[in-house]
Ligand binder design. Structure first.
Ligand SMILES: Cc1ncc(C[n+]2csc(CCOP(=O)(O)OP(=O)(O)O)c2C)c(N)n1
Length: 640
């Protein structure tokens, strides 16, 4: 479907064109840009509320700053749709997040305007600071370096590490804090309260207003601006002694709060700040979903990434699979955790800022004192869980596979080396789909299976997930227990099975026979089932084993398999380097077996975005790919 841009937007092919507009035209450009985003996302889906919230900021930034020479870094990047549209990608924007289309996040290889690739949060300050430090080192004085970071992303430890460094860096960095009081779910923590205080404190704002009045005249003063700022600051600092400002205390010049939807004021302010050297922060207040009624008035979490919707009525289209059949794995996790927690008062749920995404919100609603959102703070979530475990509680720390990468040292240092019984549930394991490479959960099997005191498991269906969770909450004095499952739907409409204990490190033989065995881990085992069924129609008989645990491996079962079969295919929705297939190869080598092994999984390259099934197909481990591998292996004689 062709989406037609408004009159002004139709003429914007780069930020140069934005700069050619009269300032008086910017309000209209914002309006057109907003409608273009609404038109596109309602039809093609994607992130929504965050991009609407920064429309004015985006236009003002490209109006004032000299991108791509000036470096503009978006944190997370889910809010950068307006930026993409203004920087030459308007006509291809309908391919956003589609297989082979534009990435849903800024990406260096996609555009010179995307100064830094993103997807994970809280990286912008460090990246922009590195750029600013490089400019200083290279004696480039006129370059600007801007990080746009949300209040949610600001809760991440890395943001604080960047702030701490920025304050003593003597670099030309501008941090724009886009404060809308939301992460995906409502933002949490003491910082959120602090930002609200600073925004609403009358005394503080009076003082700031006075400062702004002086600052507003800066543009006319040219070089003496710096001097004026110093004078104003001295006054502010004295007055602030009684009411300290966190950012000023960290040696950053703090400006704001300003209305992030007043494009004209933003233009003035940014123009002023351009002339002020050194590290500084501008606090902008915005509303997620701004300018689209249903999103502004409705549930901001729902409108973070609503899928497609009717833009006139605001009715969100239901996905077909939501109307029938099996539930999403995340929901099975959420409901099962509550079920287990009702019977076991030691269970505590932990999520780093993903209550809705992980369905931990089910427990947060039913047992608010026992399910905790710690903010975008994966490292903290892991060590906090370790602390809980030392006191005999049973933490279920749910972190998306991709975000677990952030907390790797905490898993090693705070959990595995101390041999603490922490349970990790890794959602979105395997290909994440449209979010793309920054979000694929490709590495967890490899990076967890090399750790001592770590149990690594993956359920093939809902019943298995429930059984693994049941097993993980049984009294256990040691070892971390990880359970990984994919984004999306399982396979069992009647998923509320009675839960039973699974003996740790045991596999399931789903079918025997033939001269080739498929060994699978996790949900992709269902692809193998499909392949087996199809092959059976042509009278090709093979074995299929759901290994269930990558660590410890079911060695008894593997001895049987390697004694019986000389042809083996391993299938995993994870990286082939060091993953499940590698574990099987190691077993074979360590036990002196000789078999022909073909490993199917995620290859050693960056796999881009697309629907999960498209990516499975691309990498050859969907049902057809497995079938092809079987046929090839059976047809060609072994080299063993
Ligand atoms: C390390 C990491 N953890 C979790 C996420 C998932 N995530 C994406 S956006 C988001 C909320 C960001 O909130 P904020 O920075 O305030 O931006 P807003 O959406 O409110 O504009 C979260 C938690 C992520 N991208 N990266």
């Amino acid at each position: 479907m062709l989406i037609v841009p408004g009159k002004l937007l139709a003429g914007i092919n780069s930020p140069e064109d934005v700069k050619k507009l009269d300032q008086a035209q910017l309000v209209q450009l914002c309006d057109e840009l907003r409608h273009f985003i609404i038109d596109n996302v309602s039809v093609y889906g994607g992130h929504f509320g965050a991009s609407l919230g920064v429309v004015e900021l985006t236009v003002a930034l490209h109006y004032i700053f000299n991108t791509p020479y000036d470096q503009l870094v978006w944190d997370v990047g889910h809010q950068a749709y307006g930026h993409k549209i203004l920087t030459g990608r308007r006509d291809s924007f309908h391919t956003n997040r589609l297989y082979g289309g534009l990435s849903g996040f800024p990406k260096r290889s996609e555009s010179e305007y995307d100064a830094f690739g993103v997807g994970h949060s809280s990286t912008s300050i460090s990246a922009a600071l590195g750029m600013a430090a490089a400019s200083r080192y290279l004696k480039i004085e006129d370059k600007q370096h801007i990080a746009v970071i949300g209040d949610g992303a600001m809760t991440g430890g890395m943001a604080f590490e960047g702030l701490n460094h920025a304050g003593v860096s003597d670099t030309n960095i501008l941090i724009i804090l886009n404060d809308n009081c939301m992460a995906i779910d409502p933002n949490v923590g003491a910082l959120k309260d602090y930002l609200t205080d600073i925004t609403t404190s009358k005394a503080y704002n009076k003082l700031k207003d006075e400062a702004w009045n002086v600052l507003g005249k800066l543009s006319n003063f040219g070089k003496s601006a710096q001097e004026i700022v110093s004078k104003v600051e001295t006054g502010i600092k004295a007055a602030l002694l009684s009411q300290s400002n966190l950012f000023e205390s960290l040696n950053l010049r703090y400006f704001g709060p300003v209305d992030g939807h007043d494009v004209n004021h933003l233009v003035t302010v940014l123009n002023d700040l351009k002339h002020i050297k050194g590290p500084k922060i501008l606090h902008c207040i915005t509303t997620k979903g701004k300018g689209y009624g249903p999103a502004e008035k409705g549930n901001a979490t729902t409108w973070h990434a609503p899928g497609t919707f009717d833009k006139i009525t605001g009715e969100i289209h239901k996905k077909v699979f939501e109307q029938k059949q099996a539930p999403k794995y995340q929901d099975v996790f959420g409901h099962t955790l509550v079920e287990l927690a009702k019977a076991n008062d030691k269970i505590i749920g932990i999520t780093p800022a993903m209550p809705s995404g992980s369905s931990m919100n089910i427990m947060m609603k039913e047992m608010p004192e026992r399910a905790i959102d710690v903010g975008i703070a994966e490292q903290h979530a892991v060590t906090y869980s370790a602390g809980l475990a030392t006191q005999g509680l049973i933490p279920f720390c749910n972190i998306y596979s991709t975000f677990m990468q952030r907390a790797y040292d905490q898993v090693i240092h705070d959990v595995c080396i101390q041999n603490l019984p922490v349970n990790f549930c890794l959602d979105r394991a395997g290909f994440a789909g449209a979010d793309g490479p920054t979000h694929h959960g490709a590495y967890d099997l490899a990076f967890f299976r090399c750790l001592p005191n770590m149990i690594v498991s993956a359920p093939m269906n809902e019943a298995e997930l429930r059984n693994l969770m049941f097993t993980a909450q049984l009294p256990r004095k040691e070892k971390a227990f990880s359970i990984r499952y994919p984004r999306g739907q399982g396979v069992m409409p009647n998923w509320q099975t009675a839960m039973v204990e699974i003996e740790i490190g045991t596999a399931r033989k789903l079918q025997g026979g033939g001269e080739l065995a498929i060994l699978t881990i996790g949900h992709v085992g269902n692809y193998a089932v499909e392949a087996c069924k199809h092959l059976a129609k042509s009278n090709v008989e093979i074995g299929h084993f759901d290994m269930r645990f990558v660590k410890p491996l079911d060695e008894r079962m593997l001895h049987e398999i390697f004694s019986e079969y000389r042809k083996i295919i391993t299938v995993e929705d994870g990286g082939l380097q060091g993953g499940f297939g590698s574990a099987i190869l190691e077993f074979m080598a360590d036990n002196n077996y000789h078999a022909e092994i073909k490993r199917l999984g995620i290859p050693d390259r960056v796999v881009e975005h697309g629907e999960q099934h498209e990516l499975h197909e691309e990498c050859g481990f969907d049902a057809k790919g497995i079938e092809r591998a079987v046929v090839e292996m059976l047809e060609f004689s072994t080299r063993v």
